[in-house]
Design a protein around this ligand. Structure first.
Ligand code: NDP
Length: 457
């Protein structure tokens, strides 16, 4: 993939960038590694002050940065601005709570025969983050804010279609006053990632993206015996039981499936509805989905813009067309508009069966599949009939049913009577093919630390 800004509304290439040479990458790793030696000695107070300054700068720059995000990957300006605001909140969260998350862990000295013993969280050094374009600020900040607070140094290999945003992220940390080379954007393609991970000066890697990219990065990290966190795809279920507030469930389902033009790992993708309320809920859902405004994401009032990339649109078209050819029913959408750019309409299918690829794959676009089930057992079985396990949503006011969903849905997070969302204070990550490790909260900042046991005679 060339490193370029391409307007998803038109397919026009607006700006291209030269990829760094291997020598330039090597030199950048050297500078990051040298910076890490000093940065690990800075205080939590200093790091918190730089994070807070970065948050202020984000607040000041929201409009221009949001416009750039919309230009590079097509989400609505309102949602881009919301994403940048959320990044400011993550920076402030780790400025406020990072030191307490990394406070020494008490160990009972008498039990271990010491005069004093404790666990101390120490930074591990240079960490590579390989990040996707779908939330180009938020995905990167989920890594950067805790990593920098913990005393690590960051290298960012961002997706090739968001280079200007990638450079703006580096500039933010420079302008916030972080020491030189503590956070560096590497404008490189995916083929350069292996050499960065295997470099002995790089301690660990994190990747958010597709399974294929996760396997590639996980393999190289494993072979180099380096820690890796993987946040991969999802095919989240959204279960609606008879006691649910059906209108609210239909409204939230629509938002969950179509926000970011459906390109969210934690979007609800499979809607599993109890037979007693199936017809009524499907009617409400179709009404809400068909009421969305598809249009220019720069304009206020637009709900759904174009998909981010040509390949992404091709993947969605292929999944839907194959399912329809094999007998699935199109309840809404499903036709690719005849216009430049990567447009695809909100789409709803029923009658999707296990022999169809759409049943198994992550549909990374505004495409919902709706299933009817007769019992909670059937709902849980269908919800878990996926290799993914990122988020899961269940709608019921019955306390016993809620407990069953919390216990039995195979997912890194279960939201009851709402849609899955990330928040700086909540652990975020998946099970099964959705990856491993956690981001955000105390769990996230501890992932890239050395929990050193200290034992003093
Ligand atoms: P990718 O997973 O290919 O891209 C994510 C990041 O990984 C990018 O920085 C990319 O670089 C990099 N990358 C890709 N392949 C490799 C590799 N072999 N080794 C190292 N780094 C790699 O996402 P796509 O944009 O291609 O999207 C494809 C599918 O991935 C989507 O349809 C969706 O299912 C899933 N996806 C899931 C996301 C999530 O949030 N869970 C986010 C994005 C995608 P480069 O851009 O240079 O190729």
């Amino acid at each position: 993939m060339p490193i370029a800004t391409t307007d998803p509304r038109t397919g026009e290439v607006l700006r291209t960038f030269e990829e760094l040479t291997p020598e330039e990458v090597e030199a950048a790793i050297g500078r990051a590694s040298a910076a890490a030696a000093d940065y690990r000695l800075t205080s939590y107070d200093d790091r918190a002050a730089w994070l807070r300054r970065a948050a202020e700068l984000l607040d000041e720059r929201t409009d221009e940065l949001a416009e750039l995000v919309t230009l590079e990957m097509g989400k609505t300006r309102a949602s881009a601005a919301g994403e940048i605001g959320k990044c400011a909140s993550a920076l402030r969260y780790y400025a406020d709570h990072g030191a307490e998350h990394l406070a020494d862990e008490p160990i009972d000295a008498e039990t271990v025969g010491a005069s004093r013993a404790y666990g101390r969280y120490l930074p591990i050094g240079v960490v590579l983050a390989v990040m996707p374009w779908n939330f180009p600020w938020w995905q990167a900040m989920r890594f950067a804010a805790p990593a920098l607070m913990a005393g690590n140094v960051g290298l960012l290999k961002h997706a090739s279609n968001v280079p200007q945003t990638a450079l703006a992220i580096e500039q933010l940390f420079v302008d916030a006053g972080f020491p030189d080379h503590v956070f560096t954007t590497l404008l490189v393609g995916s083929s350069a990632v292996e050499s960065v991970i295997t470099d002995s000066r790089v301690a660990a890697a994190t990747l958010t993206g597709s399974e294929g990219a996760g396997v590639a990065v996980g393999r190289v990290a494993g072979e180099s015996l380096k820690k890796v966190v993987l946040e991969l795809g999802g095919s989240d279920p959204f279960v609606v039981m008879p006691s649910a507030d059906l209108e609210e469930a239909a409204r939230v389902a629509t938002t969950s499936r179509t926000q970011n033009c459906g390109q969210s790992c934690i979007a609800a993708k499979r809607f599993i509805v109890h037979a007693d309320v199936y017809d009524e809920w499907l009617g409400l859902f179709l009404k809400a989905m068909s009421g969305l405004t598809v249009g220019d994401p720069m304009e206020e009032g637009t709900d759904v813009g174009p998909l981010a990339t040509e390949q992404g649109r091709e993947d969605v078209v292929a999944l839907v067309d194959a399912a329809v050819a094999d007998g699935a029913t199109l309840e809404l959408g499903g036709e690719t508009p005849d216009r430049p750019g990567w447009w695809y309409p909100p789409t709803v299918l029923t009658g999707v069966t296990e022999d169809m690829e759409l049943f198994h794959e992550e549909a990374f676009g505004p495409v919902a599949t709706v299933f009817k089930v007769g019992s909670i057992e059937e709902a849980v079985t269908l919800a878990n009939a996926t290799r993914f396990g990122l988020g899961a949503n269940a709608w019921t006011t019955d306390a016993a049913e809620q407990e069953i969903f919390v216990r039995d849905l195979e997912a890194g997070q279960t939201f009851i009577n709402s849609m899955t969302a990330s928040h700086p204070a909540m652990p975020f990550g998946g099970v099964k093919a959705s990856g491993h490790g956690r981001e955000l909260s105390a769990a996230g900042i501890r992932e890239f630390t050395n929990l050193k046991t200290v034992w003093i005679a």
